[in-house]
Design a protein around this ligand. Sequence first.
Ligand code: SF4
Length: 276
Amino acid sequence: MALVKRLTTENPTVMFHITISIDGIGALQDELRGPHQWERTLATWHGLHNLQQTHPNLHVSVQSTISQANAHTADELLRTCLPMSENYALAFASESEFYGNQGAGIAFARDRRSAIPIVTRLVEAYPVSIRHPATVLVKLFLLGELRRLSGADTGIRCAAGAATLTLKADGSVMTCLFRSGGAFANVRADGYDLPSLLASDKALVACHSAAQCSQCWINCEAIPSMLQSPFAALSLMGAKRRLTRQAEPEMVLSPQPRLTLHTVPIEVHSQKEGRS
Ligand code: SF4
């Protein structure tokens, strides 16, 4: 908290946005993220929220990752975390070599039949705020998840390697972390000349290959990809209609809920450590 206070004080023209991870309410947060995490998460949120009152360049939101472990509480997560967030972000757990959770059985999409109604409810309940344009992207991201659950492609070219770049601690340069195929360069071995590396034939081939890939719909890559292809992203507005054959709900433009937390029950239970 002291570091955040110092950074926001010394850089008043820089906008800082901090996102807190909440994957469960009360005991479930402890079960998924470690002992006392619910209590600590709330304490952190309260501290940041108080700091916001005197530091308007600080913005605070929550991200929840929906997995097999917490999917049954997705509606409760949305209700609780929306009022705590300027841009409430939702993600869906997947299993990958990078996360070290392959075969763990936590991937949200592994049970499409139960996943589709959950995402449909999230899409309907998620409010878009004109004061916080990032909420539009979250809504479109949810619609993209819905389209993928229906078995269709989002139609959006992946921007990994073009809009985003993955640089590992060992210097490896990759389009993304989730795809096998490895690095196309190494900044340590190549004199840290990243601009030249990105203009190389290897980099262009890697970016082209990523653009053809539809292996995942991870929000950290999906959202930059939507920004790169805005018209394709807006076409996701029809995802729910195509899937459910029901009338497309109008995107709700509502004022952002007020930041209030006093109604959230604080329950602290000591549980085994886990991750989603
Ligand atoms: S779709 Fe996913 S796995 Fe494929 S390149 Fe993009 S981020 Fe990587």
